[in-house]
Design a protein around this ligand. Structure first.
Ligand SMILES: *Cc1c(COP(=O)(O)O)cnc(C)c1O
Length: 430
């Protein structure tokens, strides 16, 4: 399998080079030349297969011959070694819980898969690999955890000061070792802009391999297909409507990829908070990035969603095909909080604010279509967000890892939005 750039002015590359490069030189995103269809035989046998076997089958054509099959199988096995349960909440709404990994958010899947691929690719490299990652909340912890202690890899995490939760901040600032956290006096979009600049910096690239662990990296993006298959493996009846709480749109783009490859899903709902660039686009056909505004679902506070172009690419830019399959909704903070209270009072289920956006968007869709059933992605554990305590009054059962985390000391480097400062830091790491 080869990867081309969505801007179409960079050479095609292998999986290995797409992962190591992160982003093509023309600043587009890497995209696979094909979305290979999956065999009907595989799709109808999901129930008989282990999660590792499913992951392996889903990803193998994308990795091509960049990774030996036994190694790839082992990468899959250690990536998905935690549960992905479907939990029914109402008659027609279920949660797909994606928060049972080490940092309690769905990003563990992509981050673990990518760190293992990169570990494999860096093995024979003479020089260091610098992984530069911008986070709006959960990416940082997942990436830090995935890469911690990986030889030859230095990880720099950029996060917006005062815009991530306490648990999120501790997850990305307490590991030490090869992980450095930079606390930026700016927004997530500022972090993302700086991270992108490092990838295009020739001087830096002469010293080290520079790559990104953001969802723009294909090794983060593509494995996010896995759990859509795990959902369907646990599902009886007609294809579900799938509601995906969305910020940078990597998760939804992966679900849509799974669907066009043959996994049956009736419809997708792009569930957004007040950052409504995509819902606007679906109404007007104009994609107009804006500055991000802060909301309760802070990991979705993105004003310029980088992965949306991959969704357009999957539908070959045919707006009508996109509109047939994807509905986009913007949910206010008020409605998010009300949903969290309601669902706890009436169904005894604790939603985190991101899951609540997904739930609410799905409930709105199903209210007009009583014959349909749906699944929303519960993308993070409620304990990661202080707002849950404030709004719902309880976090439910707190995983033990959290209690240990709360005793640790934060370590970060404070920085203004200044590329040169960041570059100086990176140069000191190689
Ligand atoms: C990152 C994140 C999202 C948004 O996912 P995208 O792939 O960026 O759309 C939603 N919920 C949580 C908890 C997240 O961490």
């Amino acid at each position: 399998m080869h990867y081309f750039s969505t801007n179409r002015s960079s050479p095609r590359v292998s999986f290995r080079d797409a992962v190591l490069g992160g982003q093509p030189p023309d600043k587009g995103l890497y995209f696979p030349e094909e979305m290979p269809s999956l065999q009907v035989e595989f799709l109808t046998r999901l129930r008989d297969l282990s999660n590792t076997e499913i992951a392996f089958e889903v990803i193998r054509s994308f990795a091509g011959d960049s990774i030996p099959l036994e190694t790839l199988f082992e990468i899959c096995r250690t990536t998905v070694d935690f549960p992905f349960p479907i939990v029914p909440i109402t008659e027609n709404i279920s949660a797909l819980e994606l928060f049972h990994g080490p940092t309690l958010a769905f990003k563990d899947v992509g981050a673990r898969f990518m760190s293992r691929c990169l570990g494999f690719f860096s093995r024979d490299e003479g020089r260091k690999t610098l992984v530069v990652v911008a986070t709006s909340g959960d990416t940082g912890g997942a990436v830090a955890n995935g890469f911690f202690g990986v030889d030859g890899v230095q990880v720099i995490i950029l996060y917006p000061k005062n815009k991530v939760s306490r648990v999120q901040e501790l997850q990305l600032t307490t590991l030490g070792g090869n992980i450095t956290a930079v606390e930026l006096a700016g927004t997530f979009d500022d972090c993302q802009d700086l991270a992108k600049r490092t990838l295009a910096d020739d001087e830096l690239k002469q010293k080290a391999r520079v790559t990104s662990a953001n969802s723009i990296n294909v090794a983060r993006w593509l494995p996010q297909q896995f759990y859509y298959f795990y959902a369907l493996k646990q599902w009886d009846g007609a294809p579900p409507v799938i509601s995906v709480p969305s910020g940078n749109f990597g998760n939804l783009a992966a679900g849509i990829a799974a669907n066009v490859r043959g996994l049956p899903m009736k419809k997708f709902i792009a569930a957004c908070n007040a950052n409504d660039v995509v819902p606007r686009f679906m109404r007007t056909g104009d994609l107009e990035p804006r500055s991000a505004v802060a909301t309760l679902s802070n990991a979705m506070d993105v004003g310029n969603p980088s992965n949306f172009v991959r969704i357009l690419e999957i539908y070959q830019n045919v707006f009508r095909d996109l509109k047939d399959k994807v509905e986009a909704v913007s949910i206010s903070d008020e409605s998010t909080a009300e949903t969290m209270r309601d669902v706890f009072q009436n169904h005894n289920y604790i939603l985190d604010p991101h899951g609540a956006v997904g739930y609410r968007a799905l409930a709105g869709h199903l209210a007009k279509r009583p014959e349909e059933k749906g699944i929303f992605l519960e993308t993070a554990h409620p304990v990661k967000f202080e707002s849950v305590g404030r709004i719902v009054g309880t976090y439910g059962d707190v995983p033990k890892s959290i209690n240990d985390l709360l005793l640790r000391e934060k370590e970060s480097i404070e920085m203004d939005v200044d590329y040169q400062d960041l570059k100086d830091l990176l140069m000191s790491k190689v």
